[in-house]
Design a protein around this ligand. Structure first.
Ligand code: AMP
Ligand code: MN
Ligand code: MN
Ligand code: MN
Length: 277
């Protein structure tokens, strides 16, 4: 199959992206994309917005599910699910509450570190969408607590920092199960971005496959040709579909854009052959 131009991983203002779903679609069209999955963190509010749009783009329903595996956080991209499925709706309602209570905890931790109460600022930054650490980072930049978002993560919000509060995220199994219950395909997002060795990645994949995971991203910004070689190998060994996406958040990230990711070294078992038929 000749693949269309696609992006199967990106964010809008419904989570921590800076473009509205509508503006994101415009940008995708301008860059010549034909297939797009909006994959906001733990919400499908943007997916509903796309369903109301007129566009020549082919939309695939999507979301990036935050979940826990062996005391680590993994991101699972769910694609091609029925966005009306009751289980999925309940799941995201629960995640919305979880993220709200997490935001309160993050704000309280930051106060302990001597920062002002940033809860309202962060909520305002989130625009009522799914709230996350990047919104706290932006609130800090706006208040000149730090000079940029990177610094906010480095000092306050990144792994191991006080603002990275421990949460009872859904398990890997729960995330994969809810995607499958809504007839979607679960894909492990950006496997080399978790600071895991390839041995650990293989362990994670084995558990992921055991609970019904079916795909793996092999191309995204920052993946090296060597990484991709390993990931393709892992995909083959586990009979996984391959996927790719830009993880685009904002036009301000000069190093990536919607539809932009390293060329695929293999298109065998591409997830689009399942999603587009
Ligand atoms: P959350 O879902 O609230 O845990 O936030 C995770 C998001 O924060 C990721 O999807 C990235 O967009 C962003 N992020 C994570 N780490 C960093 C970092 N070191 N610098 C900038 N942004 C980051
Ligand atoms: Mn993000
Ligand atoms: Mn992610
Ligand atoms: Mn993402």
């Amino acid at each position: 199959m000749d693949l269309p131009r696609y992006d199967l991983h990106c964010h809008s203002t419904m989570s921590d992206g800076s473009l509205s779903p509508e503006d994101l679609v415009q940008r995708a069209e301008a860059r010549g994309l034909e297939v797009l999955a909006l994959t906001d963190h733990d919400t499908i509010e943007g997916v509903y917005k796309l369903q109301e749009l007129r566009s020549d783009l082919h939309f695939i329903s999507g979301a990036e599910f935050t979940c826990a595996w062996n005391r680590r956080i993994l991101h699972i991209v769910g694609l091609g699910f029925d966005s009306e499925a009751a289980e999925l709706r309940q799941y995201f309602a629960r995640l919305s509450e979880l993220r709200k209570s997490r935001a309160e905890k993050i704000a309280a931790q930051l106060i302990k570190m001597g920062l002002p109460d940033l809860l309202e600022d962060a909520a305002a930054q989130s625009g009522g969408g799914s709230i996350g650490r990047p919104h706290f980072a932006r609130a800090m930049v706006a208040r000149k607590v730090v000079s940029n978002e990177q610094q906010a993560f480095k000092k306050y919000l990144g792994v191991g920092k006080k603002g990275d509060v421990k949460m009872e995220w859904p398990s890997l199994e729960e995330a994969v199960s809810v995607i499958r219950s809504a007839s979607g395909i679960a894909v492990l997002a950006h496997p080399t971005k978790y600071k895991m060795t390839f041995t650990k990645i293989r362990e994670a994949i084995a558990d992921f496959v055991a609970v019904g995971g079916e795909g793996i991203e092999i191309s995204y910004p920052g993946v090296t040709p060597d990484h991709q070689f390993h990931l393709i190998r892992i995909a083959k060994d586990n009979g996984l579909l391959i996927s790719a996406g830009s993880d685009f958040h904002s036009p301000g990230q000069g190093w990536t854009d919607i539809g932009k990711y390293p060329p695929l070294k293999s298109e065998e078992n591409h997830i689009l052959s399942r999603l587009l038929n």
